[in-house]
Design a protein around this ligand. Structure first.
Ligand SMILES: [Zn+2]
Ligand SMILES: [Zn+2]
Length: 336
């Protein structure tokens, strides 16, 4: 039985009930519960219900607490990432007491039993296990890697189906594998360079301004090649708008075709294209050699569908969230 359950919207309350009745393996049941609690954490309707409800939680964790908890967990195959702050602290207390030879009044088994009834621990455990499973996926080839992610998302307990423009595609990766295409990285000719130069230098100027203002009011938080890929959506959308649509908007993933390393993992991002060639303003203009840009061009029909079915805040990704509850709208001044 989960204790201190936060208020849940009808959808998440009913999903949680179903998982509580799950009679399969215990570890899978915990993951099912954790995934729903994690989704509820991020759910707008659940958040509305949580407003004003006191949820007991520690705000911060002493860095040493995590180390001490890890010492206790050493060799168990568990990680302190799978616990809430409160329970990490309890693990740390056990380590400290044991070091001093004092009685602890608690044990790992007891904390684990409590953690199995703690919504925050269950949610953290789900995230930890999902990331762990993701880190073990094959990275031999871009397409194989995407297929592996799609299959992990389809089978991982309580992984929420992602809402893509194709209802039969329940993850971004599945959608990109079925509908995406590779965009060309090629040198620009003289007239393309002439068109691009002022745009590239304008974005470079704005990036520097943003850095000087510590990112205030603008979008690029760090210099290439360490760009914050989360900003790529806004950059590419602005470039599309400001070029009057001459720079097309493309969204997908960009990663090495062969043997992507762990730190080069698949990243959902956006870029532009000009005459079918990649324009990557996050990387100073041309697409980066060695990367494969697999994406979907936001053509007129898709754009119309986005505006109708998945209205969102300007600067957000557009390929996810179709048919989702329409809680945000396009900014009226800057809509694409
Ligand atoms: Zn909810
Ligand atoms: Zn906990």
């Amino acid at each position: 039985m989960i204790r201190n359950l936060p208020p849940l919207c009808p959808e998440h309350a009913s999903l949680l009930q179903t998982s509580e009745r799950f009679t399969g393996p215990h570890a899978e049941k915990l993951l099912r519960l954790g995934g729903i609690l994690h989704a509820a954490d991020e759910c707008y309707r659940c958040a509305l219900l949580r407003r004003g409800v006191e949820i007991p939680a520690l705000e911060s964790l002493n860095g040493e607490d995590r180390n001490e908890a890890e010492i206790l967990l050493w060799g168990t195959g568990q990680s302190s990432d799978g616990y809430c702050f409160d329970h990490v602290r309890q693990l740390a207390l056990i380590t400290r007491a044991a070091r001093k030879g004092e009685p602890t009044g608690a044990s790992l088994a007891r904390v684990n039993a409590e953690a199995e009834e703690c919504p925050k621990c269950l949610s953290n455990r789900w995230i930890h296990e999902y990331l762990l499973a993701g880190s073990k996926l094959p990275r031999t080839d871009l397409f194989e890697h995407l297929r592996a992610i799609a299959s992990l998302k389809a089978t991982f307990p309580s992984y929420p189906p992602e809402k893509t423009p194709r209802p039969d595609c329940r993850s971004l990766e599945e959608y990109l594998l079925k509908e995406g295409r590779l965009f060309l990285i090629a040198p620009f000719d003289a007239s393309e360079r002439l068109f691009l130069e002022p745009i590239v230098s304008d974005f470079e100027r704005r990036r520097k301004e943003a850095l000087e203002n510590q990112g205030k009011g603008l979008f690029i938080s760090c210099p290439p090649p360490y760009s914050d890929e989360g900003s790529s959506f806004e950059v590419a959308q602005r470039a599309c708008l400001e070029s009057g649509g001459k720079l097309h908007y493309v969204e997908g993933v960009a990663m090495p075709v062969k043997a992507p390393k762990r730190h080069e993992g698949q990243i959902h991002r956006a870029w532009n294209c000009l005459n079918e060639k990649v324009v990557d303003l996050m990387r100073g203009g041309p697409g980066r050699a060695g990367l494969a840009y697999l994406g979907i061009l936001l053509d007129e029909p898709l754009r119309a569908r986005v505006e109708r079915e998945a209205p969102r805040t300007y600067g957000d990704p557009v390929l996810l969230g179709f048919g989702a509850s329409n809680l945000t709208t396009w900014d009226s001044e800057e809509s694409m």
